[in-house]
Design a protein around this ligand. Structure first.
Ligand SMILES: NC(=O)c1ccc[n+]([C@@H]2O[C@H](COP(=O)([O-])OP(=O)(O)OC[C@H]3O[C@@H](n4cnc5c(N)ncnc54)[C@H](O)[C@@H]3O)[C@@H](O)[C@H]2O)c1
Ligand SMILES: [Zn+2]
Length: 360
């Protein structure tokens, strides 16, 4: 028990026929075998998809086979997904078996995608081991892999059967991965709950377990309302800051690129850019823009576009991003909170990138 008396929290993702629990707490990993044993129909075997560098042991309580995948965004690829499916076919994994994703967002996105497509969909459990995956990537059933043309361009909605967020496993994360997780958390300060309230930044002063559970609860509520990110739904708000973030990440896919950003770092830059763009459109005032900058800086994250990145390349990727369907579309802040704003002039976007993107 922590000083604040926190033991564990269970959060429901409510989806008819496919509801599941997200459990948050320190030292809850031991509950995995029990969670697996309660799944119906019963699970025969488990394939644990993870990375060699992840120092976390788990016991799913059924015979298991561990499959290792490479580090980094490049592991989120069709070819790595194919290798995994072929290994699973070789050892005879069927629909009565389970995939356990043990890792950060790269592993949960990739393993989730494999679970979504192997045998037209088998069950999986997420055991996220990064802050970023615990507060976001492991919850909500968006699974996928990248193409050289952009992030997450191939994927499926496939909900996990359970998510176990054990905050004790985060102790081995590097400072950079902590910061990246905080970058993803920063967006929650601006996203309204179902009741229409923003969390603001107060949650950042809570214990780690409470921070994770506050974010997981907000995300679970949004997914329960709008699982498939339908027009007019609220799930699109979770993409706040992400249009530019995904473009920055895509620029970094090129081995010759000088861009080396973690997902949460890219989101941090994307949040500040979204505020600058909203300001330029007269949607928010300078105070509100500064608030975005202060929050991102206060979390130890970058606010400006890295040197050597061309605005034209970013605009080209943003045009292709899945959030873009009709002209340029961004989730932007405004007098009544976040909104999906379409038809934004590409030249304005470019101009804001050039003039504001370089500001520290
Ligand atoms: N599906 C979604 O809804 C969603 C949401 C947000 C982000 N994402 C995706 O998540 C990915 C980023 O995830 P990430 O930031 O977790 O990166 P990541 O999965 O690459 O993990 C970061 C690094 O930490 C290491 N690591 C993981 N757990 C560790 C531990 N406990 N101790 C020490 N090292 C550990 C990993 O090996 C890796 O090197 C991106 O691809 C992003 O697109 C998906
Ligand atoms: Zn994200």
């Amino acid at each position: 028990m922590t000083a604040e008396g926190f033991i564990r929290d269970t959060i429901q993702v409510l989806l008819s026929g496919r509801s599941y629990e997200v459990t948050v707490g320190s030292g809850i990993l031991g509950e995995l075998a029990g969670v697996v044993s309660r799944l119906a129909p019963a699970i025969s075997r488990a394939v644990v998809i993870t990375q060699a560098a992840i120092p976390v042991e788990i016991d799913p309580g059924v015979p298991r086979k561990v499959l290792l995948v490479p580090e980094g965004e490049s592991a989120k690829s069709v070819s790595v997904a194919e290798s995994l499916c072929r290994e699973m076919a070789t050892i005879g994994i069927t629909r009565s078996d389970l995939v356990v994703a043990l890792g950060g967002g790269v592993v949960t996105d990739l393993a989730g995608y494999v679970a979504a497509t192997y045998y037209r969909g088998i069950r999986y459990i997420n055991v996220p081991t990064t802050l970023l995956a615990q507060v976001d990537a492991s919850i909500g059933g968006k699974t996928g892999v990248n193409l050289p043309e952009g992030k997450n361009l191939i994927g499926a909605f496939h909900q996990p059967s359970a998510v176990l967020c054990d905050t004790a496993v985060l102790s081995s994360l590097s400072e950079r991965e902590w910061a990246s997780g905080r970058g993803e958390m920063a967006k929650y300060a601006f996203i309204p709950s179902s009741a229409g309230e923003r969390m603001g930044t107060d949650f950042l002063d809570l214990s780690l377990e409470k921070q994770v559970s506050a974010c997981a609860r907000l995300k679970a509520g949004i997914v329960s309302e709008d699982e498939l990110e339908m027009p007019g739904g609220r799930r699109v708000f979770l993409n706040y800051g992400h249009t530019l973030a995904h473009a920055l990440e895509a620029v970094g896919f090129d081995a010759r690129s000088a861009v080396d950003l973690r997902h949460g770092e890219a989101v941090a830059i994307g949040l500040v850019f979204a505020a600058e763009l909203a300001g330029r459109l007269g949607r928010i005032d300078d105070g509100r823009i500064d608030q975005h900058r202060r929050i991102v800086k206060g979390l130890g994250l970058p606010t400006g576009i890295p040197d050597g990145v061309h605005a034209d390349d970013l605009v080209a990727f943003m045009r292709r991003d899945k959030k873009v369907s009709d002209g340029m579309v961004f989730v932007l802040d405004g007098a009544s909170g976040l909104e999906r704003v379409q038809g934004i002039d590409e030249y304005l976007v470019r101009d804001v990138l050039v003039t504001e993107g370089a500001r520290p």
